[in-house]
Design a protein around this ligand. Sequence first.
Ligand SMILES: [Zn+2]
Length: 296
Amino acid sequence: MGEVRRGCLYNQTMPELPELEVVCEVLQRRVVGRRIEGVQILPPGGPIVVRDLTHQGFAAVLTGALIRSVSRRGKFLIFHIQTDGPPVYLAVNPKLTGRLQLAGPTAKRRAKTHVVFQLENGQQVRYIDQKQMGQLYLVHDLQTVPGYAEMGPEPLEISLEDFRDRLRPYRAAGGGEIKEVLTRGEFVAGIGNAYADEILWEARLHPYRKRTQLSTGDVERLYTAMRVTLLGAVDKVRAAMGENIDEKPRDFFAVHMKTGDPCPRCGTPISLVGADQRITNFCRTCQPGGLIKGIR
Ligand SMILES: [Zn+2]
């Protein structure tokens, strides 16, 4: 059962900070300074994923415009676009099922390709989304993108002091389980279900420990683990992904999606709690924290 689960869920996990950071690097190399010659929105999924908050026409605004730069913020990829009029931003939030792809003009178009940006050098940036869960927002002001203004700081930019201060308001009464807090975009931006498991394993903290039960040392270890895990993952993703930005290499994970495999640190079979997109994997030896219903 573990194998089946892993196989079917592999492609349904959300890209998080490390993957999007590397996608951003590749796009900076490959598309910055290029002009967009044409935009194709492909029904039936296209109109669902495209959100034109400029109300001037998604394709109309972008056609002929220049990609000035590409950046990442949380789980958004931001294309900074120079037009004849005021500058615009294309904010891509791929969510669970969206992917960007770089392709030559003759490369076979994959199923569920919903938007195609034709660049002046013949290259195409394609947006693929199996379930039309992601969004491509076209805006004049990034703060108008839903969920953007509420985002917390970047986990690789926050100081230990700020991390500690931001953690403090999360009380057990409102949930306050440490994994749940880590994945909240308003706490820090860019960590999702998969990397939260990896970070907590690195920190040797049980995912269901309450924030209020963490000692000063625990919080410091969590902060360090967050940095070490994310920075290490960026390097590993960069090495594995190459220019194939539609891929999401995660073979290097220690615990997430590794149910039943030996813990890389102590050899205990990795435990699983939950189902579908909210699964939690951890090592019950390295991350002690009491018995929890539902552990397999
Ligand atoms: Zn272990």
